[in-house]
Design a protein around this ligand. Structure first.
Ligand SMILES: Cc1cc2nc3c(=O)[nH]c(=O)nc-3n(C[C@H](O)[C@H](O)[C@H](O)COP(=O)(O)OP(=O)(O)OC[C@H]3O[C@@H](n4cnc5c(N)ncnc54)[C@H](O)[C@@H]3O)c2cc1C
Length: 835
């Protein structure tokens, strides 16, 4: 075995081998793969081989699309047949919400470039004559979809990789990984050590054990997944004898199962509620081609529903049941990208649709390793989207939930229940008492909106269709149901409107403690931050600026509020959901000479947002600080006292009203909360939530990662011009950004008014049309209560970005007139913010 390599890939399942293949294809031939037994002997060999294109995540959708396009090309390259059956995939809808999901998905698919057809029940029967179509409202079909032979695919990828110089060592167990002071890695195996520049962990169900070798708590815990293969059925054999095409993959989404033909019989794969997490301590050292005993009793309702839909399934005996471990993460998407805190250690783990995702995940990870960046937005699969809170107990609860909800309707406002309420800020109970309906981000509980006292939905309000998956509202023991999820305006719509109007007319209080926070300090802090971020770093104590971290290509990676709180001390605030991501980039980019220090403050500091025209009046009652515009202008901060509590008050907010973000030691939160509520009583202070904030941010055309801001869009395309300082000597990504601009920008950020919407606002991912041409995609959308308009933010072809341009947007299958309007339709001059 070789003793050095540029990259060592651990794991010879389809994912590891695809990563190896793509590294070699990008010209890195000094790469090798280590597999403890035989290729595919982990999870890959027993997969059903389906390649579903359907995915509401832009990142995952793109990875799947790449795979389905790429796999059929392997045969010509390697002369090995990958067993790709392009039989198409039909997903049934038996409820209006399910149809809405498909209509929404059609926008995602069209913007990614995936072909989707809508079928009537008759067309379903034509394609799948053994399928009964009672209660079917419609279906979607992916013509490019199908299934593949996972082992053949892996072997073809392996041959392609070897042909390009890569080496594969089978029966070689990795038992230790260490990093040398110079950054090189040593991968130790039972056959000797390999010193390398990069390590890729693609170890499937062993992910947590591989992670433990380098001190990483990898958020992957597998769940049991079963599928059943029947004996041959005469009707299918007859179809075969007649040379009729295979009926394709059938998915009964509302009953949570898939079915396809298999060797003249049928294969049924349910995603059942109650499937247990497994391999909590990893598979046994000698595990190989491992299956668990079947647990058919769990599948009973799904089998009955399958027989009802496809009676032929009940007419033949079961030939074999496969019950294997399927790797899961808390949100069901894989983790592909850099490991946090470890330079040149990469993860390609947590794949629950690994046969489908392997091609794309290998392609993008190879790009990331070789080029330093992925070429598509990978935020949806970034390993750093989870934090330390995602430990073993959390993973068991969340991953079982993610598995059980593979087929639930993925409402944009869905808030899942498992492992909650985990991270509570001190004012959680106070907010709850005030009617907070919570959502969760990065494990934190955050009020989404506030329901009036005693408000709850009845069974009739919930209007649930009679299907196995009835999940259109949060289901928490001993809690009333107060919201119903939807793709359309739902029951909370007017309550959110009332919150927006209240903040606009009076004053509101919001808990934003989930923000990611850190302090960057030291003699080198200012020059380092200046050379890293796009905007000029504040030079005067008390100044606040908004600044961006770009990719080396000039796309946008992170957004930071930068506050100079003292000489050589900067306080950085960024999105709560990206704490690990943002902090990892900062820490990895820091100079190693000790001139700059990083301190995480996320859980040390709470944030209460006081906003609205009366916010100054409220605060004035509690502090002797001069709050006048002259003494405390917009985009400045100060240490002030609120009663006896010292706080950092920043005159910024995300909603476009007069107001302060009050950053405080977390243990003083309730003291401050009570003071503000008491002082605000005479001004009718009320709490407001995330949904009101999002609506008001839309009216200000504020941009979000990874929507309007993404590694795929240049910072200029996203309209960040005024946050980019070309005066300073440089910042990370500057040359590439300017080169991108010179080459020409393919997209332009616009704000649009959507006309005649009565029921469903844009959500992001909708197609923007000029005539029949797709000229852009919506990135966010919703209703603006202060301007009384339905709005969408979008990235469009620059030819259609001028104010007044008339376009159309497709929302849930309906075309609406959409006019490009000036950015910040509410208070374009920032009069309220500067008041
Ligand atoms: C019943 C079932 C049906 C499925 N059906 C589908 C489907 O239809 N479509 C789909 O897309 N997906 C399906 N999946 C999921 C799919 O099987 C996985 O997502 C995929 O196989 C993951 O591939 P992988 O390479 O990540 O992991 P694996 O195939 O498990 O490969 C990981 C490899 O790493 C090796 N390894 C681990 N630790 C070490 C070490 N220390 N040293 C050396 N080697 C090591 C292991 O031996 C293993 O071979 C199914 C899964 C199950 C259980």
């Amino acid at each position: 075995m070789q003793s050095t390599a540029r990259v060592v890939v651990i794991g010879g399942g389809v994912v590891g081998v695809s990563t190896l293949y793509h590294l070699a294809r990008m010209g890195w031939s000094d790469v090798c793969l280590l597999e403890r037994h035989e290729l595919t002997s982990g999870s890959t060999w027993h997969a059903a081989g389906l390649l579903p294109l359907f995915n509401l995540s832009y990142s995952v959708g793109k990875l799947h699309q790449y795979s389905v396009d790429f796999y059929p090309t392997l045969e010509a390259e390697t002369e090995l047949n990958v067993g790709f059956s392009n039989v198409s995939n039909i997903r049934l809808a038996t409820s209006q919400d399910r149809l809405d999901e498909y209509l929404y998905y059609a926008g995602v698919a069209r913007t990614i470039g995936v072909e989707v057809n809508f079928l009537t029940p008759d067309q379903v029967r034509e394609a799948w004559p053994l399928c009964e179509t009672q209660n079917v409202l419609g279906a979607i079909q992916h013509p490019a979809d199908g299934y593949i032979q996972p082992a053949d695919l892996t072997q073809a990828l392996a041959k392609g990789a070897r042909n390009r110089g890569a080496k594969i060592y089978r029966n070689t167990v990795v038992n230790g990984i260490t990093q040398k002071p110079n950054g090189e890695w040593i991968v130790s195996t039972d056959k000797g050590d390999i010193t390398c520049e990069h390590v890729v962990s693609a170890s499937g169900n062993f992910a947590r054990q591989t992670g433990a070798m380098v001190g990483l708590d990898i958020p992957v815990v597998p769940v049991e997944h079963q599928y059943i293969v029947t004996e041959q059925h005469p009707a299918i054999m007859e179809r075969r004898a007649k040379g009729l095409p295979e009926m394709g993959v059938l998915r009964e989404s509302d009953a949570s199962w898939y079915m396809r033909e298999e060797a003249g019989g049928l294969l049924l794969g349910p995603y059942e509620v109650g499937a247990p997490a497994c391999y909590l301590d990893g598979p046994a050292p000698n595990a190989e081609y491992e299956l668990f005993p079947d647990a058919l009793e769990r599948l009973e309702p799904y089998i009955l529903s399958a027989i009802e839909r496809v009676p032929a399934f009940g007419e033949v005996g079961v030939k074999r049941v496969y019950n294997g471990a399927i790797a899961y993460t808390p949100d069901g998407s894989p983790i592909v990208g850099p490991a946090w805190g470890k330079k040149n250690f990469w993860l390609n783990e947590g794949h629950s649709f690994g046969i489908t995702a392997a091609g794309g995940a290998g392609w993008q990870l190879a790009n990331w390793i070789v080029e330093g960046e992925p070429s598509i937005d990978m935020m949806g699969v970034d390993p750093r989207r989870f934090g330390d809170y995602a430990g073993r107990g959390y993973l068991v609860e969340k991953n079982e939930e993610a598995y059980a909800k593979v087929f639930t309707v993925h409402y944009p406002d869905e808030e899942r229940e498992a492992a909650r309420p985990l991270r509570q800020t001190p004012c959680y109970d106070r907010m709850k008492k005030l009617g907070a309906v919570f959502g969760s981000v990065f494990g934190w509980e955050r009020p989404n909106w506030f329901a009036p006292e005693g408000y709850e939905l009845s069974e009739a309000d919930l209007d649930k269709p009679d299907v196995i998956l009835n999940h259109n509202h949060p289901d928490v023991d001993n809690e009333p149901v107060r919201e119903k999820w939807s793709f359309r305006r739902s029951n909370y719509f007017d309550f959110v409107g009332a919150e927006c109007r209240h903040v606009h007319e009076k004053v509101g209080l919001q808990d934003m403690s989930a923000f990611a926070k850190c302090e960057i300090s030291g003699p080198g802090a200012e020059s380092w931050l200046d050379g890293l971020l796009t905007n000029a770093v504040p030079k005067k104590v008390g100044r606040v600026s908004l600044s961006y971290l770009l990719t080396s290509r000039g796309g946008v990676r992170s957004e930071f509020t930068v506050y100079k709180m003292a000489p050589q001390r900067y306080y950085l605030v960024s999105a709560g959901a990206y704490e690990r991501h943002d902090h990892d980039y900062l820490k990895k980019a820091m100079p190693t000479d000790g001139s700059v220090t990083f301190e995480r403050l996320t859980t040390a500091m709470g944030v209460l947002v006081l906003a609205g025209p009366r916010s100054r009046d409220v605060l004035a009652k509690l502090t002797d600080a001069n709050l006048s515009n002259e003494a405390f202008p917009w985009l400045t901060g100060k240490t002030i006292s609120i009663g006896a509590a010292p706080v950092e008050a920043l005159r910024v907010n995300f909603i476009g009203e007069l107001g302060w973000e009050i950053h405080h030691p977390i243990e003083t939160q309730n003291y401050i909360f009570d003071k503000l509520m008491a002082a605000g009583a005479e001004f009718d202070i009320k709490p407001f939530g995330i949904r009101a904030m999002v609506s008001m941010a839309l009216e200000k055309s504020y941009k979000l990662i990874p929507r309007e801001l993404s590694v795929e869009y240049s910072a200029y395309e996203s309209g960040l011009d005024r946050f980019i300082s070309l005066k300073k000597p440089g910042f990370h990504g500057k040359d590439a950004l300017l080169a991108w601009k010179d080459k020409g920008l393919a997209n332009a950020f616009v704000t649009m008014e959507v006309h005649d919407v009565t029921d469903a606002d844009a959500r992001g991912s909708e197609v923007i049309l000029k005539g029949e041409d797709v000229v852009g995609r919506a990135t966010s959308g919703g209703y603006g209560w202060r301007i009384g308009k339905s709005i969408a933010l979008a990235m469009v072809n620059p030819a259609y970005a001028a104010e007044g341009t008339e376009l159309e947007i497709v929302i849930l299958g309906q075309r609406y007139r959409a006019t490009v309007i000036a950015d910040s339709p509410f208070d374009a001059d920032n009069t309220a913010l500067r008041a």
